[in-house]
Design a protein around this ligand. Structure first.
Ligand code: PDD
Length: 297
């Protein structure tokens, strides 16, 4: 048994289905040696992938950005996910998919075309955020963003994110909210949203943040709910004085942030507790999940 993983789920590795404990890659895999690869994390509700097409498009964008040829045509990704979900445990799962540049003699430069990418995918039972967390909100800390300048690529090289997240955990918080040159970028593994005067504010979608699948989705939901959206550079000081803050990711869904650096967020009756804009967005997000569960496959 691997620490933190129950049982021995069947996983996909380079065209084979095998128990997780038998899934092995060479120590010369460029993912292991250089962090030379990309990944996706995709939630599944009621046995159906949520926003599959958006996740697939982002995977293809990430592969193209680091010049790895897509290892299979689009329709094969769909079959791979369908089979993974069928073999997975329970109705709600999350899928982790990773593609590296493959196994080759150690050399920073790319290997020749004969080296095939390593494709690994596994599904795990999805423990959605607990109702208590959704109701009471989470604490975060602010940290300087010390990552590289291609954060738009969903790279497996995540040392900057890992260190930021651990610094947050060390301070009793769930997430690190990062700032570069005094402006908000994102969380170590999430996008960050601010509410001010009834409008939803998000940082620019550029090379400094990962475009979360929930980034576009929250814009859609805000439009439907007639909440104005402002995409712009957001100063650190504004974040500390926000009416509401929230974070989004495949696994955290939408969570209200109620404390930043040990200070309560918000004003008046919502100070230190989830605000009205979060509640509306949360409800709309849950409705999408319910719709997916009810939809015919
Ligand atoms: N992380 N920004 C970063 C740096 C992330 O790692 C993530 C997601 C997001 C949100 O993206 P999405 O809405 O597509 O999940 C933003 C995943 C969940 C992870 O690394 O586990």
């Amino acid at each position: 048994m691997i620490d933190g993983i129950h049982g021995n789920p069947t996983v996909y590795l380079n065209g084979s289905w095998l128990p997780l404990s038998d899934a092995k890659v060479s120590v010369l895999d460029r993912g292991f040696i250089f962090g030379d690869g990309v990944y996706e994390v995709l939630p599944v509700y009621g046995g159906k992938p949520f926003r599959f097409q958006s996740h697939l498009s982002r995977l293809l964008r990430s592969l193209a950005a680091i010049r790895i040829q897509a290892p299979m045509p689009e329709h094969q990704w769909a079959s791979l996910f369908t089979e993974l979900i069928a073999r997975g445990e329970g109705e709600d799962q999350f899928i982790y998919l990773q593609v590296t540049r493959g196994v080759a003699k150690r050399d920073h430069a790319f290997p020749g075309p004969e080296v095939r990418p390593t494709v690994f995918a596994m599904s795990s039972p999805f423990q959605r955020p607990a109702q208590t967390v959704r109701d009471s909100g989470v604490a975060v800390v602010s940290l300087p963003d010390e990552r590289w300048l291609h954060c738009d690529i969903k790279s497996i090289a995540l040392l900057g994110n890992v260190l930021a997240r651990q610094a947050a955990v060390d301070r009793g918080a769930i997430e690190a909210v990062m700032f570069r040159d005094g402006f908000l970028t994102e969380g170590s593994a999430s996008n960050i949203w601010m509410v001010k005067d009834g409008a939803l504010h998000a940082p620019l979608k550029n090379h400094l943040i990962l475009e979360g699948i929930r980034y576009g989705l929250l814009q859609e939901l805000a439009e439907r709910l007639q909440i104005p959206v402002q995409i712009r550079r957001i100063r650190q000081q504004e974040v500390a004085q926000a009416d509401e803050l929230m974070m989004t990711s495949a696994t955290k869904e939408v969570l209200p942030i109620v404390r930043l650096d040990d200070q309560p967020i918000g004003h008046l009756q919502h100070r230190g507790s989830p605000g009205p804009v979060y509640k509306k967005i949360r409800q709309a997000y849950d409705a999408l999940i319910d719709e997916l569960r009810l939809a015919r496959s």
